[in-house]
Design a protein. Sequence first.
Length: 250
Amino acid sequence: MPALGNEIIRLEEVASTNSLVLERPAYLERHGLVVVARHQTGGRGRMGRRWASLPGRQLQFSVVLHPPFPTADFPAVALLAGLAVAQACEEELGVRPDLKWPNDVMLVGRKVCGILVEGSSGAGGRPRLVVGIGINCQGDPGDFPAELQAHLTTLAHETSRPVDPEALLQTVLERLEALLERLAAGDKAAMLEQWRGYGLLGEGQRVRFTTQQGPREGIPEGLTPEGYLIVRLPDGSAVIQVSGELEWMM
Ligand code: BTN
């Protein structure tokens, strides 16, 4: 199978790299294709949110995957993408980010990278995954829209080091490829354990979410073998969060 990034399409501006790939069947047929954009006018985040794009300040790209592993492993891909970004930040910049389930990459409690994994079907109905990654590289939080400034940061701001987006892209792709190969080889449990090493779990953070019985709060304390989040409630019971539709109180 060709390596991730075997073909890279570079765009000055696009609505959303994920949408572009999903809308073009020919792109979806190219495993490892990467589409990078300097600016996105309609960048999308998880749960229908917007992803704010600042021209030239972020590394924003989508990777096409033809998953060689079963659908039961698809939820783990988003976690592994976060792990790949964390590993690449360590390797390239010497900073160790935290991972906020399911896949936000955080530095000093602020988001530095968001990940959106979307599924589709390609030729013959075979499953395709599009892994969209946006990393705030250059500039300061003050450059972003006012309502976001308290919640995000950039690699350059936190490390005071020059950030080479091209080197970062290559390292993220290498790390992601290595992790996905291990997933296909059945090494999921060990990688989720690695994720836990970066994960904000059992460190006093609280999450809020809605159940059929109403709103609940609890403490995230672990992952299931699938990569779902185990949340401990005040009454001692545990609930499993699958979809990531929960609010972190931090
Ligand atoms: C999130 O934080 O909710 C996910 C943000 C994902 C942003 C990336 S940037 C590249 C790709 N294209 C998009 O429209 N979104 C993802």
